[in-house]
Design a protein around this ligand. Structure first.
Ligand code: HH2
Length: 308
C-alpha cells in the first residue's frame, strides 16, 4: 500500500536524514509566541515548550516545527533578535534529544542559520525564500526546505485577496520558487511545497486548494498542507479556534486523498489516528479481495488493540 493515493512518494532530504514519504506524515506545531492564533502564550517558557515538543513526538509526530513569530492574519513581525532569543533556549534543550527531525518556521536566514547550527535540520519558510540569504544557506547546509505560497504580508494578506484561478496561480508560483531554489544549488530532494492555507486566501480559495492539493506537486515534489484550526473552518461553522478539531481532521483527510502527504497540525494524536484509519480503509477498498486484505505489519497492533 502506498501512503497517498496517486503520490509517487519520494523522500524528503533533511541534512543527513531522509524522511520516507511513502506514508503520510504528521508535522507537530510548537509556537513559542505570545500571540499565535491557537497556541499563543501556551509554550512561552523554554522548559514547558521543550516538554510540549516531547509530547508531540509521544503522540506520533514525524517531525516538529518550531516557530517564534506568529504569521496569523494581522500579526506584526517581531525581528530577528527576538525570534532568535525565543528559539535558542528551546532548541538547545531539544538538540540531539528528539528522535524526530526539527524544522524551524522562519523567513529570516540569520535565524535559520542559528537554528540549523543548534540541531534543526529543515527550514519552513512561509515566504518561499524572500530573504536573499535563505537559498544559499539551505544549499550550503543540505537542510530540508518548505517553500510556501503567501499573497502579501501577514499584516494585510486577508484584505480582499483575489485570484483569477487560485490553484493554477499558486501552482505556477511554487514551480517558479522551486526552480529558483534549484538554481541556487538546492537539490530537488530537499524541497517540499505548500500552497499556504489562509495566507492571503478566502474560504473559497482554501477549499479549492485542499481539493486540488495534488496539483501543487511541481517536479514531483511532495505537498505539505497546514490547515490546522485555521479560520476557514470557523467561517464554515462559526467555531472558535479551540473548537475546530473536527474540521481540521476533515481537511487533512481530504488533502491526503487529493495528494498531499505532510500535515502540519496542533493535534498530533487525533490526526495521526485519523490518517491511520483512513489508510486502513483505503487498503481494504478492493472489490477483488473480499475485504480479507491483511494490514501492513506496522498497522496491525493498533488495529488489534481497537477491536478489543
Ligand atoms: N501556517 C502557519 C505558520 N506556519 N507553515 C507552513 N509551511 N504552512 C502553513 O500553513 C503555516 C506555516 C500559521 O499557523 P500557526 O503556526 O498555528 O499560527 P501562528 O502563525 O499564529 O503562529
Amino acid at each position: 500500500m502506498t501512503g497517498t493515493p496517486g503520490n509517487p512518494a519520494p523522500g524528503w532530504r533533511l541534512g543527513r536524514q531522509t524522511l520516507d514519504l511513502s506514508v503520510p506524515r504528521v508535522m507537530g506545531i510548537l509556537n513559542l509566541t505570545p500571540d499565535s492564533f491557537f497556541d499563543g502564550g501556551r509554550h512561552d517558557r523554554p522548559a514547558a515548550a521543550a516538554d510540549h515538543a516531547r509530547r508531540l513526538v509521544a503522540e506520533g509526530a514525524d517531525l516538529v516545527d518550531i516557530g517564534a513569530e506568529s504569521t496569523r492574519p494581522g500579526s506584526a513581525p517581531v525581528g530577528a533578535a527576538a525570534e532568535t532569543a525565543r528559539l535558542m533556549p528551546v532548541l538547545e534543550r531539544l538538540a540531539g534529544q528528539l528522535p524526530v527531525p526539527i524544522s524551524v518556521d522562519t523567513c529570516r536566514a540569520a535565524v535559520a542559520r542559528r537554528a540549523l547550527e543548534t540541531g534543526a535540520t529543515a527550514v519552513n519558510d512561509v515566504s518561499a525564500g524572500a530573504d536573499p540569504a535563505m537559498f544559499p544557506l539551505v544549499a550550503r547546509t543540505g537542510a530540508g526546505l518548505v517553500l510556501m505560497h503567501m499573497r502579501g504580508q501577514p499584516a494585510t494578506m486577508q484584505d480582499n485577496p483575489t485570484y483569477h484561478d487560485v490553484v493554477a496561480e499558486i501552482g505556477a508560483f511554487l514551480a517558479a520558487r522551486l526552480e529558483a531554489a534549484r538554481a541556487a544549488g538546492i537539490a530537488a530532494g530537499q524541497i517540499v511545497l505548500d500552497p499556504g492555507i489562509g495566507f492571503g486566501k478566502t474560504t473559497a480559495h482554501n477549499l479549492a486548494i485542499i481539493a486540488g492539493a495534488g496539483s501543487f506537486r511541481a517536479a514531483g515534489r511532495p505537498v505539505l498542507i497546514g490547515a490546522s484550526r485555521k479560520g476557514f473552518i470557523g467561517q464554515l461553522d462559526g467555531a472558535p479556534a479551540d473548537g475546530r478539531l473536527g474540521g481540521t481532521i476533515a481537511a487533512v483527510l481530504a488533502a491526503w486523498h487529493a495528494g498531499a502527504v505532510i500535515f502540519r497540525v496542533h493535534d498530533v494524536a487525533a490526526v495521526r489516528q485519523a490518517l491511520l484509519v483512513a489508510r486502513a480503509i483505503a487498503a481494504a477498498d478492493s472489490p477483488r479481495d473480499g475485504g480479507n486484505r491483511r494490514l501492513p505489519p506496522h498497522q496491525a497492533p493498533a488495529a488489534k488493540e481497537r477491536q478489543g
